[in-house]
Write a protein that binds this ligand. Structure first.
Ligand SMILES: [Zn+2]
Length: 251
């Protein structure tokens, strides 16, 4: 089934200890089709699950190269450690675990300040943010306002981007690339560190069939979007009810 949907790719959990082989594989795959993803960099990773190999001394060189190629670079938290269980009370209540939601504004400001500093010291400017485990709250936005120029968030349930006060929220609804029944702007979210061969093959095949529907984050005309539409509000309410029902007892 074909419709007028547009697709974006987001890659989570880039850091010096990422699985460089799998990331390289993903980069080659996307470059083959000229697809420019968003890459979420963890500036000071302390999450043991992201310890896939010894730190790559050339990681920041790779990151600068992504930036040069026109990939969108996002600040993906600070240390990627979940210190809070208040994610379900935040703006995108996917999970309880959170590095940000429920954490004091001072602490969140420090994380953003330090994170932006690490990226800057390594020659990376970032215009986007998304939080570990998709969970953040109004204080995260306030911290971004106070400590950075970032005003675009990737992570909300909606069919198209919308304005939330002075921020633009870009939807991220599904992870695996696929055709969906409702027309929208979809961000497919991949974690290259965890990907298996079949997932690379599936993504390659999907892009080859839908190449003209892929856009980059720079292609989005952010100024044209207004507040969240009623349809999107209904969609997100339904989504979170279903998500809660399906994941009862999980975190
Ligand atoms: Zn992450």
């Amino acid at each position: 089934m074909r419709n007028n949907s547009r697709y974006l790719i987001r890659l989570d959990d880039a850091c010096p200890t990422m699985d460089a082989t799998k990331w390289g594989r993903m980069e080659t795959l996307l470059d083959k089709y000229g697809v420019k993803p968003m890459i979420g960099i963890v500036p000071a990773c302390e999450d043991k699950e992201l310890l896939c190999q010894q730190p790559d001394p050339d990681f920041w060189g790779k990151a600068r190269n992504w930036q040069k190629k026109g990939y969108a670079i996002a600040l993906h938290g600070y240390n990627h450690v979940y210190s809070s269980n208040d994610g379900l009370k935040g703006l995108n209540p996917m999970w309880a675990r959170s590095e940000f939601a429920g954490v004091s504004l001072d602490e969140q400001r420090k994380k953003i300040r330090e994170g932006v500093k690490v990226l800057k010291e390594n020659g990376i400017d970032c215009e986007y943010f998304f939080a570990p485990s998709h969970t953040f709250d109004e204080n995260t936005l306030e911290a971004l306002r106070k400590e950075s120029n970032i005003r675009i968030i990737s992570d909300t349930i909606s069919l198209r981007p919308y304005r939330h006060n002075d921020f633009i929220m870009i939807p991220q609804v599904v992870s695996i690339a696929r055709t969906l029944p409702l027309t929208g702007i979809y961000t497919f979210c991949y974690h290259p560190n965890l990907m298996q061969e079949t997932e690379f093959e599936q993504l390659d095949s999907f892009i080859s069939k839908n190449q003209s529907s892929f856009i980059s984050f720079q292609d989005i005309q952010y100024k044209k979007f207004g507040g969240k539409r009623l349809l999107d509000k209904l969609l997100s309410t339904t989504y979170f009810l279903y998500h809660e029902y399906r994941n009862k007892g999980k975190n």
